[in-house]
Design a protein. Sequence first.
Length: 263
Amino acid sequence: MIRYPDFDPVAISLGPLDIRWYGLMYLLGFLMVWLLALVRVKRPGAAVRREQLDDMVFYGAIGAILGGRLGYTLFYGMENVIADPLSLFRIWEGGMSFHGGLLGVIVALWYFARRIGRGFFEVTDFVVPLIPPGLGAGRIGNFINGELWGKPTDAPWGFVVDGTARHASQLYQALLEGLVLFVCLWLYSARPRPTMAVSGLFALLYGIFRFGAEFVRLPDEHLGYLAFGWVTMGQLLSVPLIVFGIFLLIAAYRRGDDVPARA
């Protein structure tokens, strides 16, 4: 077993200002999106030009932060906001929803695509392979915060937290949603694919990875299991992603309009 190091969630204190690891992980995620986009934009037929990247990252970051926080409030933490309305703005303390963040990014990219005169799925096919490293960084932020632990385990890689060995579900998700998803999308989008196919693969694989990780991750205490003693809110929200991903892939290949990879 591995003893959890009990990290200090504050990375740097500058007088009254505390800079937390969780917030730094978000900044790292946005930085990785920008750096990877600099590589992808050089590909023939890229949906986004170099001079448009800064706007793309800005809109995406705003959508992710606002959507993630509002989604968490709606899906997981409404009672916390009712008790402490200012908690809605303290994103550095944690409490972000991927599914809410995804909806926020979708709205932001829809607006961005209209501004640059490109199709929505042309832009999303360009963007989605850039996202997984940021998701992985966010899960590492969860690990540093000591939140979202998994169920008790006797596996040698379990982390001892408050006297109990638990699955580090944050690190499992960082591996699946960060590294594995990134490799799959990066390689898949390296060749010409029909429009919507890359976006569809992202939705399908993320939904599957998140659904599976929920089997070892403890549900939020105030929600518990929603049905059958095992269904969680994360799984419930992931099912539409899986279905939507399958739909996009089928629709993309039925159209058969192979184009240079937009990612």
